[in-house]
Design a binder for this molecule. Structure first.
Ligand SMILES: Cc1cc2nc3c(=O)[nH]c(=O)nc-3n(C[C@H](O)[C@H](O)[C@H](O)COP(=O)(O)OP(=O)(O)OC[C@H]3O[C@@H](n4cnc5c(N)ncnc54)[C@H](O)[C@@H]3O)c2cc1C
Length: 403
């Protein structure tokens, strides 16, 4: 089954890791076909920005609001991203809320240690930048297919990987398959989509690749923390109390998380005077409300799920109340009346260690590679880890004979 010198790659997922894999392969001189498959409307994944066709100024980072680089050897892609103006140093003020309401200005949590950066024009700039770094003139880094959920995988007798959508239509074919998300390899896909089998497990059953089987068993054991995020958008007349706060990102210590059900509040002033505020729930709060997706979430849209508006409203109200009460000592006259609250649920926001060990990153026999923040190593569970994993996978793919 193993072939060398095969020249096309299908990357599932256009989050940081998927885009970085394409970029790094191109930077290393790979000129074969790269196709990129993403169920969302554009690149970004958990580091994406909510935008609106009818409201050009709207940009809300509803997942990661920043990235922190802690390793002694930063990802190689960092410098070109900075030079290209795709990311910029994060210059906000961080605070830590301890217990009931003790606020420590300037004290970071684990996601705030090291060099801090953000997407220059929203966090999705990071992925757009990665794809641009891999482009050559008018030739894009990858053929990107947005709005396409890959539903099933099959390794044909020729050795090619076949990618199909939910209707069973053949969408793509490639020599190498890269999964930048665990979705097609993890039992949560069966729970989420009511699929009878995990797609890659099904495909692997006939391949006899023990390394791939080992990788799949390990991935099945990776748990993830969830987040229910409340998005608020304040009109200019209500924005001042927010932009005057002595912090733009407040993290909650474990006691404060338990007290308020919140993990973080990110304040994002918009250039037109409005202010977006994103409150990230604690893992425990999200776990208690996992079945409430939020009518604007990709999952609800994708699966055409019936939304229980009453339950959604309850979750929104609970999070909004927590935001108002915990910030009451620092903000007067807080009104949410005109704040257009929305809910965004991240079922798998942060993988929980241990992740997939580097020895299982590439399975050359079946030509399957894994990258993403679920790979063990520096930056695990963060954007930094997604970048490192992609760079390492790109190197392994080229070493294994991708030409
Ligand atoms: C609320 C929140 C706050 C965070 N805060 C921080 C922070 O402050 N700092 C930090 O460093 N990190 C933070 N993170 C984590 C960070 O966002 C992730 O580590 C990083 O974005 C992971 O990138 P990735 O490419 O590995 O995965 P993802 O971003 O999940 O990308 C995988 C992509 O694959 C797509 N996909 C999956 N399966 C399929 C399929 N079958 N067909 C088509 N497409 C598919 C998904 O739609 C997704 O876009 C945060 C995450 C969340 C949710």
């Amino acid at each position: 089954m193993a072939r060398s010198g095969s020249g096309s790659v299908a990357v599932i997922g256009a989050g940081v890791a998927g885009c970085a894999t394409a970029a790094q392969l191109r930077r290393a001189g790979f000129d074969g076909r790269i196709s990129l498959w993403e169920t969302g409307r554009g690149p970004g994944g958990r580091a994406s920005t909510r935008r609106s066709r009818g409201d050009g100024a709207l940009a809300i980072d509803h997942g990661a609001p920043l990235l922190n680089i802690r390793s002694e050897r930063p990802p190689e892609l960092l410098e070109p991203l900075l030079e290209g103006g795709w990311i910029t140093p994060w210059s906000g003020l961080m605070a830590l809320l301890e217990g009931e309401s003790r606020l420590h200005i300037g004290r970071p949590d684990v996601l705030g240690i090291g060099q801090l950066y953000r997407g220059a024009d929203g966090m999705d700039g990071l992925c757009r930048g990665l794809l641009q770094l891999g482009a050559s003139g008018a030739q894009p880094a990858a053929e990107a297919h947005y709005g396409t959920l890959i539903r099933s995988l099959e390794c044909a007798s020729s050795g090619s990987w076949l990618l199909r959508d939910r209707q069973g239509e053949l969408q793509g074919e490639a020599d190498w398959l890269v999964l930048s998300s665990t979705l097609l390899a993890h039992p949560r896909s069966c729970l989420l989509f009511e699929w009878p089998e995990v797609p890659l497990v099904r495909a692997a059953a006939s391949l006899g690749d023990l390394q791939l089987d080992h990788a799949l068993t390990t991935i099945a054991g990776i748990r993830a923390e969830a987040r229910s995020n409340l998005l608020l958008l304040f009109p200019p007349e209500d924005a001042l109390p927010w932009s005057s706060l002595p912090f733009s990102l407040v993290n909650f210590d474990p006691a404060a998380q338990q007290r308020w059900g919140l993990r973080r509040i990110s304040i994002q002033p918009l250039p037109d005077g409005r202010c977006a505020v994103v409150a990230h729930s604690s893992d425990a709060f999200a776990a208690d409300h996992l079945d409430v997706y939020g009518s604007h979430s990709a999952v609800a849209r994708l699966l055409d799920l019936p939304v229980d508006a009453g339950r959604e409203e309850d979750v929104i109200q609970a999070l909004a109340r927590a935001v108002m009460e915990c910030l009451a000592p620092w903000i007067d006259d807080l009104t949410l009346e005109r704040a257009s609250p929305q809910l965004m649920r991240w079922a798998a926001a942060f993988p929980v260690a241990p992740g997939l060990p580097p020895s299982l990153r590439l399975c050359p026999l079946s030509r399957v590679g894994f990258c993403g923040d679920y790979l063990d190593g520096e930056g695990f569970g963060r954007i930094e880890g997604a970048l490192h994993s992609a760079e390492q996978l790109a190197a392994s793919l080229l070493q294994a004979g991708l030409t």
